[in-house]
Design a protein around this ligand. Structure first.
Ligand code: PLP
Length: 395
């Protein structure tokens, strides 16, 4: 089957303009599972706050972002001076990359979010891959200490190395326990923990390391409002670290990196506990039903994710029915052309090659539609998928 050449493929999910050309439909006609963004849509309270705040566009934002830092500090129970908002977490990754590039090398658990390499290389930094054993990941049994131990050079100086990790990890959705991350703090000059998806866990299940920042000047925690509040177009993320580091970054940035409406929207989002509760009610059963439906398709092995997305091995290897597999790009192409559904192929995670795909967890109805389409593509019929409302019996 002919596919668009690899260099035209998007590096990130959510590129519906690219996908619509292949599907031969309008971007609005696509059901997008490729971007790991909440399907609940932006909170109505945020949209109302943006509308009410439109008049503020005629003024520059306050360059200290005092009100927003106050709200973020209150949300996490920390001093507002220890928080800095950014134009998405991606903008803050750039300044993190500049700090990390001053070190000999930066350990990355791979597969890793593509933007880590971008930010490191922008300043001549040196990424050092620490491969995640994929069999362990699919089984949900990763020995995180061993992942680093097996890949770091024995002779390296802890004072000259950085570590950039992501928990829950993208693309596997696995959680790195906070005590494991804590044990890495004295082994690296700088430890950056990207918690862009942590909000999706109910508070009592989160494994955030924000509380460790007070005692560790070498720790930076990164957060994003993009995924949880369904606001990818707004661009709002933030970093938590000791104030000296954040003040240094301020000297490198443009004076108003966060726009006025993003500041207003973020303050409203953080206060919306009804929306937060609705997310925690929706996700666990929707994800469990989707995973069950995927497991029932011969050749598919989903990773046991705690986040709002599932990584699925699809080449048929390692499953009871080996030989029933398909490549991720092939599956993506068929779903686009035949069903106007966009999934994420994993070619931009080089370690995963064409053997995996990643999907966001969406509403039960949308997840049911995806399962019907997947089963049709895989040419298989007849199993009832509990909890996926679609049309009940799939196929
Ligand atoms: C792990 C991870 N960190 C950070 C980001 C960037 O988030 P933002 O939209 O806030 O720039 C993403 C976006 O996909 C991500 O997957």
């Amino acid at each position: 089957m002919a596919h668009p050449s690899r260099n035209t493929r998007p590096t990130h999910g959510g590129n519906v303009a690219w996908a619509a050309q292949i599907a031969n439909c309008s971007p609005h006609g696509l059901l997008d599972f490729s971007a790991s963004v909440s399907p609940l849509g932006p909170p109505p309270s945020v949209l109302a706050a943006i509308q009410a705040g439109i008049a503020a566009l005629s003024r520059y934002p306050n360059p200290t972002y005092g009100a927003l830092r106050q709200a973020l500090g209150a949300h996490h129970g920390i001093d507002p001076d220890w928080v800095v908002p950014g134009n998405g977490a991606a903008e803050l990754l750039t300044w993190i990359g500049r700090d990390l590039a001053a070190l000999d090398a930066t350990a990355l658990i791979t597969p890793a979010f593509a933007d880590y390499s971008r930010s490191l290389r922008a300043f001549g930094g040196r990424p050092h891959p620490c491969p995640l054993p994929l069999e362990q990941a699919i089984a949900g049994m990763v020995d995180w200490q061993a992942v680093l131990q097996h890949s770091l050079p024995l002779q390296r100086s802890p004072q000259a190395w950085g570590l950039l990790v992501n928990t829950p990890h993208n693309p596997t959705g696995l959680l790195i326990p906070a005590d494991v991350i804590a044990s890495w703090l004295d082994q690296f000059a700088l430890v950056v923990v990207d918690e862009a998806f942590m909000d999706f866990l109910p508070p009592e299940q989160q494994q955030s390391v924000i509380s460790l920042v007070a005692d560790h000047s070498n720790l930076v925690v990164l957060r994003s409002l993009t995924k949880f509040y369904s606001l990818p177009g707004l661009r709002l993320g933030y970093a938590i670290a000791q104030p000296e580091r954040l003040q240094r970054w301020q000297q490198w940035r443009d004076p108003w990196p966060v726009n006025t409406l993003a500041e207003i929207a973020a303050i409203a989002a953080l206060q919306d506990s009804d929306y937060q509760q609705a997310t925690w009610r929706w996700l666990p059963p929707a994800r469990a039903a989707l995973a069950t439906g995927l497991q029932a398709i011969p050749g598919f092995l989903p990773c046991p994710s705690v986040a709002n997305y599932l990584l699925v091995r699809c080449d048929g290897q390692g499953s009871a029915q080996s030989g029933d597999g398909i490549s991720g790009p092939d599956l993506q192409h068929r779903l686009l052309v035949n069903h106007h559904i966009l999934i994420r192929d994993c070619l931009s995670f080089p370690e995963l090659r064409d053997r995996y795909f990643r999907i966001a967890v969406r509403t039960p109805e949308e997840n049911g539609r995806l399962l019907v389409a997947l089963r049709e593509v895989m040419g298989w019929r007849g199993v009832r998928v509990e909890g996926c409302e679609g049309d009940g019996v799939m196929g």
